[in-house]
Design a protein around this ligand. Sequence first.
Ligand code: ADP
Ligand code: MG
Length: 389
Amino acid sequence: MNTLRDLDDLKGKWVLVRVDFNVPLDDEGNITDDTRIRATLPTLRELIRLGARLVLMSHLGRPNGAPDPKYSLAPVARRLSELMGTQVKLAPAVVGDEVTEMVDDLKPGQILLLENVRFEPGETTNDPQLSASMAALADAYVNDAFGASHRAHASTVGVARRLPHAAGLLLEKEVETILEVTQAPERPMVAILGGSKVSDKIKVIERFLQVADTLLIGGAMAFPFLKAQGHAVGNSLCADEDVALATTLLAHLGAGKLKLPVDLVVGPSFSADAPATVISGVEVPEGQMGLDIGPQTAEEYKGWISEAGTVFWNGPMGAFELPAFAAGTRAVAEAMAAAPGITVVGGGDSAAAVQQFGLADKMNHVSTGGGAALELAEGQRLPGVEALN
Ligand code: ADP
Ligand code: MG
């Protein structure tokens, strides 16, 4: 992988930087967590120190390949201006005459942020015309968007092929750290998988078990397995296709390395005023949904974590945004913070949980990438990283 040190003299050059500014916004469009913006500041400062003119691009949310004011990067441009202490202008689009003019006007040390790359339909299809137009804006390309590097899009792969390219400091650190802890982990290696993106994650479990010695399952991820074992899941999140996958996995693997909850916290709905009930065992009563792992499960998982050489965690153990269902996620986060082994957190919501509990700096690494961290950890090659070779 090329790094910033492999790029020729950048003095006065236009550098196109793919960043991950996909930050959470509240209903009024205020940024509720700017971690991802702050994480890329070292790369931006270094490029400015080298004398470059910066053209930044990012996605935000999932607009449908067309401009949508709801997903404008305007709040990000304002926040970045504050953080960098210099005005960051926002271009009205990703490419086009007006954008080219604004890019041409940039002085060394100045920053222009292009509008949301997913306003262009060619972004997610990696359209060659779009990546050519992107490449025409600059002399070199830097990818610092680790969280987007598992997707072969125009802004991550297409444009990299067309310009001298390198990894930014954040992407470099993310890749190095995650490969380090998964390719030759201190044993035993414990992986913790939870959250609600079950269909995405359940597919990687089999490969993950080649890396990990023990896999602790929590969150909504548990229910397809529990249902496959014949337990009642009530109204818990549990898709039929995931139950089918879980059934196959259990048949292949047995229950050896895979640990499932032994008790649960249930509630009538995913809402802040839902009363929480601890149940011993894992039969979810009718009309209820499982919203957290139970205290007995949390104790068992804490034991595995405290004896691990390496812990990799992706996906909360329950609906941690609701205080009544946050105990399991908090227990895992606290156990990791206190663990003697190497601890890595990957996953947007897991990282947010760790921040919320004030434990982020007690971990060895908190990744800015969700899906990308998971895919890299279970041994896949990321197209956006491959494109930097
Ligand atoms: P990450 O972003 O860390 O990869 P996911 O996006 O997969 O994690 O899942 C995070 C979401 O999962 C959180 O919003 C949390 O409320 C939800 N969640 C966790 N456990 C459950 C559950 N048992 N039922 C419903 N939602 C859950
Ligand atoms: Mg998430």
